[in-house]
Design a protein around this ligand. Structure first.
Ligand SMILES: [Zn+2]
Length: 426
């Protein structure tokens, strides 16, 4: 029996070892990220034309510039669905990508519209149906590329999904993606996106962003850097070359003496550093370093009521024993609200007036009541533009507390609760 137990344990451990060994094995045999670039149109299919330009020529050049830039990174293999000016069907593009063992397919296009005013960049990514990871990864890639295109000065038309207009579905009955290249990639098991770089039909887009090799190269580099950032690719000899900076997505006061911060996580990061100052442009000191690659939030409890604080966050990664940091996020501001000081006036057996002094930074006040001092408090009112509240439903024993609320970034800022006062207290 004892021996059996031991044997079982050994078998179990072996099994675990084999499983983790197998995972490592597959990670080793497929080290490179495979990016397939799909230069839209070709051959007799010129794509859109305008302002003396042909889409098929522009997409091919952008794809080549993108490839050249991407190949400066480690751990990536780049393939093209077409390597000359010939017509290729959508199905063929997908099968080429699948044959290359694509992790992602990036289809490169130029936009056109009947209205000459339409301009700017937009990226289509897979909807969240059928294979949701294609949607989520595709969305992240789309926004990474779009950000870079907008940084070149292109109008931001956003990132988008588009469902089949004729009611086509995936095998699970969910709405299919409209674009064949996105749908085909998803069916083959990897995300596909369509980057519409600029409008060939718009004179200023054509002149600024499509005419000439310099402009096209900027577009190709923007795509490549977006891909690198999204997949955490690193350039030779520089671990931080592709470590993207993050941005603060939420900043609020959680109480009078704690601030709450959220930020976007960044691929390739090993952790995040949080910096704080009492002025926007100087005096930042590190308040925390979180050693977690997927950490996206922090509560700072070393702050004081009534004060204004600025926060910045930056990702870091480790290269051997060396810590490399990305640049800082934009600074964001939060003003912590002091807790109200309240007083109680008893008007009758069931009427109580709760009063408080104005608290700076407050936009409204929340009044809470309980039947026991340490009991469960219920929010009974939210008051704006007033510094008192008359409770007409006071019980024999009613305890009150009030907190102030103001605005934060993507959320409310709250003060701590006031001291509890009970009916009859002054
Ligand atoms: Zn096109």
């Amino acid at each position: 029996m004892k021996y059996m137990k031991k044997l079982m344990a050994v078998l179990l451990m072996t099994a675990i070892f084999v499983v983790s060994g197998a995972q490592e094995e597959s990670a080793k045999t497929k080290t490179d990220l495979v990016v397939v670039l799909d230069a839209g149109h070709g051959g007799y299919d010129t794509g859109a034309t305008g302002n003396g330009l042909q889409e098929k020529q522009l997409t091919y050049k952008i794809a080549q510039y993108c490839k050249a830039e991407l190949e400066k990174y480690n751990g990536v293999s780049v393939y093209m669905t077409r390597s000359n000016d010939s017509f290729i069907s959508i199905n063929r593009r997908i099968s080429e990508a699948t044959k290359a063992k694509a992790d992602v397919l990036v289809s490169i296009h130029i936009n056109s519209a009947p209205s000459a005013d339409a301009k700017g960049a937009e990226v289509y990514y897979p909807n969240s149906n059928y294979r949701p990871f294609c949607g989520s990864k595709g969305q992240r890639l789309a926004s990474a590329i779009q950000k870079n295109l907008v940084n070149l000065g292109l109008r931001n038309r956003g990132i988008k999904t588009l469902n089949s207009m004729s009611g086509n579905t995936y095998s699970d009955g969910s709405a299919a993606d409209y674009y064949g290249i996105i749908r085909g990639a998803k069916l083959a098991g990897y995300p596909g996106i369509i980057v519409e770089h600029a409008f060939i039909s718009n004179a200023s887009d054509a002149k600024e962003h499509l005419a000439g090799n310099y402009a096209l190269r900027q577009l190709g580099i923007a795509d490549a850097k977006g891909i690198a950032a999204c997949y955490g690719l690193k350039k030779t000899g520089s671990a931080t070359a592709s470590l993207e900076k993050t941005e603060i997505t939420k900043l609020t006061g959680k109480s009078s003496s704690s601030a709450y911060i959220e930020w976007d996580t960044v691929d390739g990061a090993n952790g995040y550093e949080i910096y704080r100052s009492t002025s926007r442009y100087s005096g930042y000191k590190q308040v925390a370093a979180i050693k977690k690659r997927n950490a996206g939030a922090y509560t700072d409890k070393s702050v004081k009521a009534g004060k204004t604080y600025f926060y910045k966050v930056r990702p870091y990664c480790m290269s051997g024993n060396k810590k490399m940091t990305a640049s800082f996020s934009k600074a964001q501001k939060v003003r912590l609200i002091k807790k109200p000081i309240i007083s109680i006036g008893t008007l009758s057996s069931s009427q109580v007036k709760i009063k408080w002094k104005e608290v700076s930074g407050a936009k409204r006040y929340e009044i809470y009541r309980s039947t026991a001092q340490d009991g469960k408090y219920q929010k009974i009112a939210v008051v704006e533009n007033r510094l008192s509240f008359k409770d007409t439903k006071a019980g024999k024993k009613s305890y009150y507390k009030v907190r102030a609320a103001g605005s934060g970034i993507n959320g409310n800022t709250y003060s701590s609760y006031s001291k509890v006062k009970w009916k009859g207290s002054k």
